[in-house]
Structure formats: structure tokens, C-alpha cells
Design a protein around this ligand. Structure first.
Ligand code: GLA
Length: 401
């Protein structure tokens, strides 16, 4: 591991923050079968000395396999020179960690005044968009319809949470305004062409195969996700792929496979382009089982992306310490996962155009207690980094005798 040599100590608070082949895609032509509020951090390494981290970078390696390498960001992250430098070296795609979620983009005052949902991006989102544009970064949009980080008041009469829920018709109008408003904002800001992918619905299914109950389903009904894709398809730029995104996807694969087959228009064409696999792992997880789920989801003929990848040490609610042994296990996990995906993509078995990590340094990870990222808190490369880079001898494997 190389350490970045010189540190300026600063105290700062970062606010980051069996599936059958499907019909034709309405968006991309015929289907080819084939809460975090955020972390207080203490010491942030400074800029000036980020050496070249490795002869090759994530983005260069991923490009060889037809993929973009992504990370989530906030404006605070890109305004930190050391972090910005690392991101620009290693990644060619970004997702806003929070700034494009419904609670960040719906303007309450204007919505109340106009009696309809008004979308207006805040400074955080605008800064990241401008930065992405200036630096040739591609973007994933995240997210339009979700049960979480969505203001309660948008579901109520007069946008007043002390009143009752609106009816189905009104909620559909609000959903359409929310979705249209987002794509209009992006267009007005001159950034439509940055977005190659957009999460239309986040986390709609439960592990037991049952649709998650939330305000959207309660008011609109079980077809709320169909409407979300219908409106997204209506307003999104043609070049933006529309995604259904979920976590614990390995346990939800059957439900998701069945569900996406319903996302077609009256001509039987897809309203969706891809399935986003959040990929929040633990080192104790069953990787082979996961790759089987990837194969199964790929049978839908849709694109697949890993959208929020991180691999925590240990298991849920039982984090392990960042000892050499555990970090080596993590390196091996990342190696095997990425290897399995590269093999499948290279053989044309999956259509995967990007893998996005949910962060890059343990310093500000939303799961920092599990040390899940590729770089440690001082931005040094972990075995995890080398695992992703497919450099087996540095990825924590036993020396071969
Ligand atoms: C989900 C969401 C992300 C993020 C993470 C954890 O995975 O999709 O936007 O909020 O939870 O914070």
C-alpha cells in the first residue's frame, strides 16, 4: 500500500454525505437476450500529494471491459482537492449520494404556492452537475420514486401533512410532475447528455418476494411502479437508460425478474432498460450464490449495473476490525466478484456498462464501521483496491508455493 505522504489536518463536517426473454424495448430497440446523513469526519488528507496511485486506474481497467467506473459524490467531496484528485484519476462516472433524491429536489414553498410539485435543484446538485460537465464525468441519476428520503407532505392534501392523503388521480399527477420536473431541470442546466442511466424506482420489493408497502402503493395502488416507468420513459432523454434499483438483489431476483416483465407499454415494448444491483455486501456473503442471481437477472435481456457497491468486513451488525487478515479477505472478495463480472461481460453473457462504488474511502463511507471501501481513511490503497484491479498478488491471496 502506498500512503499519500503529506497531510494537512483539518476538521470538517461533510454532509454527504425462470425469467423468459422479454419483448422489445421501447427505449433501446429490440431486447438482446443474451439515510444516511452523513458522516462527521476528522482528518482529511490534503491535495497536493496524491501520487499516481497505480500504473493503471479503475477507469482504465473497466474501460477494457466496456464499463465505466463510478462513485457516489456530494459537492463537499468534489470541493476537497485530495478527494477530487482521486476521483478524477480513478473514476469516469458519478452518482449524487443525496442531492438528487426527492427530499433534496422538491421545493415545498413553490409547490404549495403553485399547487403542484415543483422541482428545483439545490446548490449541491448544481455544483456537482457543473463539475461533471467541466470534467467530462458521466452520471447516474438517483433517484425518482422511493419510499425513503421523500417528503411526507407530497402525499397529503394541500401539501399539508396534517390533512389526509390525496386520491390516486392526484398522486399520479404529482408523480408525473416530479419525474418531468427532474428531467426538465437537467435539461435547463444543459446536462441531459451527461446521464447514461437513471434510477426510476428504488427499493420496491422485499426479500420475501412481496411488494414493499409505502405511501406510493397505498395511494396509487400496486401499479405505481409501472406509472413511474411510464412517465420516466415519456420525459427522459433517449440516451438515458431507465433502471429499477434494489438491494439484497440476490434474494429478490425472482420477484424482480417477474416484475420487470410487466414494465411494457401497450405495444409490448419495455419501458425499462436495466436493473440496478446496489451490491452492498459483507465479506461473509455467498458470492457464488450472488453470481447465480446475476445470471438469472440477465436472462431478462435487460442491462445490469452494480450501482452502490461496497463490501463491509464481517456481517450485518457484526463488523470485524480492519486487521490484515480481514482486509485480505475483503481483497479476495472484491477480486472474485469483479473477476466473475468481467468474465461474464467479456463473454457477452451479461450486458453491464458500469459498476458504481458507494464511495471510495473508508473515511466518509456510510458504513464506515465496516471499512467497506477500496481506499482507507488516509486514501491509501487497500487489498480491496488491488482485488478490483485484478492484481491477485496484492489482493490478499496466500502466496502460491
Ligand atoms: C440505499 C440508497 C442509497 C443510499 C444507501 C445508504 O442504498 O439507494 O441512495 O441512501 O441506501 O445510505
Amino acid at each position: 500500500m502506498k500512503k499519500i505522504s503529506c497531510l494537512i489536518i483539518s476538521v470538517m463536517i461533510l454532509v454527504m454525505s425462470g425469467c423468459a426473454a422479454l419483448p422489445q424495448s421501447a427505449r433501446t430497440g429490440p431486447v438482446q437476450n443474451g439515510q444516511n446523513e452523513q458522516t462527521v469526519q476528522d482528518q482529511v488528507p490534503s491535495a497536493e500529494n496524491g501520487e499516481q496511485l497505480s500504473e493503471e486506474t479503475l477507469r482504465a481497467l473497466f474501460e477494457k471491459h466496456g464499463m465505466k467506473a463510478g462513485t457516489c459524490v456530494s459537492s463537499m467531496v468534489i470541493e476537497n482537492p485530495a478527494m477530487e484528485k482521486l476521483i478524477l484519476e480513478q473514476f469516469d462516472s458519478v452518482t449524487m449520494e443525496n442531492a438528487m433524491k426527492p427530499d433534496a429536489v422538491i421545493n415545498r414553498e413553490k409547490s404549495r404556492k403553485e399547487g403542484k410539485i415543483v422541482v428545483e435543484y439545490g446548490n449541491d446538485a448544481k455544483k456537482v452537475l457543473n463539475w461533471a460537465k467541466e470534467n467530462g464525468m458521466k452520471m447516474r441519476g438517483h433517484t425518482l420514486v422511493w419510499y425513503s428520503q421523500t417528503p411526507e407532505w407530497i402525499f397529503h392534501e394541500d401539501f399539508d401533512e396534517t390533512k389526509g392523503f390525496v386520491d390516486r388521480e392526484e398522486m399520479l399527477v404529482r408523480m408525473e410532475d416530479l419525474i418531468r420536473g427532474n428531467f426538465e431541470q437537467i435539461d435547463e442546466l444543459g446536462c441531459s447528455d451527461l446521464f447514461y442511466a437513471y434510477d426510476v424506482v428504488n427499493e420496491g420489493w422485499m426479500e420475501n418476494g412481496i411488494m414493499r408497502r409505502n405511501h406510493w402503493s397505498e395511494i396509487i395502488g400496486d401499479d405505481y411502479m409501472w406509472y413511474a416507468f411510464y412517465y420516466a420513459d415519456k420525459y427522459a432523454p433517449e440516451e438515458t437508460d431507465l433502471y429499477y434499483n434494489d438491494y439484497n438483489e440476490q434474494f429478490k431476483a425472482d420477484a424482480i425478474c417477474k416484475f420487470v416483465q410487466t414494465l411494457t407499454d401497450e405495444d409490448g415494448r419495455y419501458l425499462i432498460d436495466g436493473i440496478g444491483l446496489q451490491a452492498h455486501f459483507f465479506t461473509a456473503d455467498d458470492l457464488n450464490g450472488y453470481l447465480k442471481a446475476v445470471d438469472r437477472l440477465s436472462e431478462t435481456g435487460l442491462k445490469l449495473e452494480l450501482t452502490e457497491l461496497d463490501v463491509g468486513l464481517g456481517k450485518y451488525q457484526a463488523p470485524l476490525k480492519a486487521t490484515d487478515e480481514n482486509l485480505n479477505k475483503q481483497g479476495q472478495f472484491y477480486y472474485e466478484l469483479i473477476n466473475g463480472l468481467f468474465e461474464r461481460a467479456d463473454a457477452g453473457k451479461i450486458d453491464m456498462d458500469a459498476i458504481t462504488f458507494w464511495g471510495f474511502t473508508d473515511l466518509i463511507s456510510w458504513r464506515k464501521e465496516y471499512s467497506p471501501q477500496l481506499f482507507d481513511s488516509l486514501f491509501a490503497e487497500k487489498p480491496a483496491y488491488y482485488g478490483v484491479m485484478q492484481i491477485k498478488e496484492k489482493a490478499g491471496f496466500e502466496e502460491e508455493q
